[in-house]
Design a protein around this ligand. Structure first.
Ligand SMILES: [Zn+2]
Length: 396
């Protein structure tokens, strides 16, 4: 039986080499190429032969993306508790403890501020090693606070997703994070601050169904699995054969779900280019457009260049009575040459809370009087060019 033992030993040796990350060599999980560790590290953990992207930690992504020593972690004090006292094969509290020990992280997402190629950003990087990168109350809260920080500082937001979906050990509390994050991202969008979403392998479940899919620009790593439900569930539901490469980033690029597939070696360069693009776009003279239902404060904040903090609140918004049903006109301050409203530097009352949601009332009796330069009444259909104050027509 010597031959049998030999075969077994041979197999064992091969297995061990694959599992040892600290060894000299690593086998590519896709093409089987044996890769020298040092070279693999130089290639940012991608295969030099087939460009398979090995899964890496949140800390590694931070190191790859941010400029040296610029990252400052925030919101690490927010951690998951075990509100449901959940227990299946193991206690959830024990799973949390083990994940914390194994990864050295306190939650499945690392958030903070950092600089990318000289541009300040707010980053939220998910780590799959922490309970499958699952979205739970603490991870969701960290992401929510990062979005608020991006609104407050007007710095572009970057969320790198790597997740199996919502963390079921926290039940509905996990699912609530999807709506919470997206409600805040809508506010970020209203504030005119860009959001870049990066999807890595895998980005699935509740993360795909919420914040990962709503970026102003959505990037993905090659061959990343991106989807909501798994292919087997979809196949059973629709009772059809799924196309080749279904739910991979290449397929999704073809279908318009993502904007670009970026090799990890090009990731920082691409993001830096996008940040320059957004900064240049924001600096261009442009006529801001106000969205239906948007408050005047938020609209004014959205007209500021990216990267500048919110100014103190302007005086009470002066609004003229509704011009016509379905449309109304409002007065806007003339922008200064750099694009910021002239009143930005005027000392005034403290800024309103970021959650000012209610649109300014259409008719305020004292409003026209507060602004002497505002025409007492505006006729509907008047050309905006004829007025000294800039006007924006809002379709309701
Ligand atoms: Zn390979």
């Amino acid at each position: 039986m010597t031959w049998l033992r030999k075969a077994k030993e041979g197999l064992k040796a091969q297995q061990r080499r694959r599992e040892l990350p600290d060894g000299l060599w690593t086998k590519c999980e896709d093409c089987g190429e044996i890769l020298y560790h040092k070279e693999l590290e130089r290639n940012l953990w991608t295969c030099s032969k087939c460009s398979y992207h090995f899964r890496i930690s949140a800390r590694s992504y931070i190191k790859i993306l941010t400029d040296d020593d610029t990252f400052v972690e925030r919101f690490s004090e927010v951690v998951s508790t075990d509100p449901l006292k959940f227990r299946d094969a193991k206690r959830y509290s024990d799973r949390l403890k083990k994940a914390r020990e194994e990864t050295g992280l306190s939650e499945a997402v690392v958030c903070g501020e950092g600089w990318i190629d000289g541009h300040p950003c707010v980053l939220a990087i998910m780590d799959f090693a922490f309970l499958g990168g699952s979205l739970a109350s603490a991870a969701g809260e960290r992401i929510a606070r990062s979005i608020l920080l991006a609104i407050e500082t007007r710095r572009p937001l970057l969320i790198l997703s790597s997740s199996g979906g919502a963390r079921m050990f926290e039940g509905i509390l996990s699912l609530m994070q999807m709506a919470k994050a997206n409600a805040l991202l809508a506010r970020l969008s209203d504030a005119g601050v860009p959001y870049i979403s990066i999807m890595t392998h895998p980005t699935t479940g509740g993360v795909t169904a919420s914040f990962a899919s709503v970026g102003d620009v959505i990037l993905a790593e090659p061959k990343a699995l991106i989807g909501f439900a798994g292919p087997r569930v979809i196949k059973q539901t629709i009772n059809q054969e799924l196309p080749e490469g279904f739910q991979r980033s290449e397929f999704l690029l073809q279908k318009g779900m993502i904007d670009r597939i970026v090799h990890r070696l090009e990731l920082k360069k691409t993001i830096a280019w996008l940040l320059r693009f957004f900064a240049a776009g924001a600096a261009l003279p442009q006529k801001p457009r106000r969205r239906a239902g948007e408050s005047l404060e938020r609209f004014r904040a959205a007209s500021l260049p990216i990267g500048t903090a919110l100014p103190p609140a302007p005086p009470a918004p002066g609004e003229t009575p509704a011009a016509a049903p379905g449309a109304r006109t409002i007065d806007l301050p003339e922008p200064s040459p750099n694009g910021a409203p002239a009143r930005a530097s005027k000392p005034s009352a403290p800024a309103p809370p970021a959650d000012t949601q209610a649109p300014a009332p259409a008719a305020k009796p004292d409003a026209p009087a507060a602004k002497p330069d505002a025409p007492a009444a505006k006729t509907p259909g008047k050309s905006p060019a004829r007025s000294t104050a800039r006007e924006v027509r809002v379709e309701e």
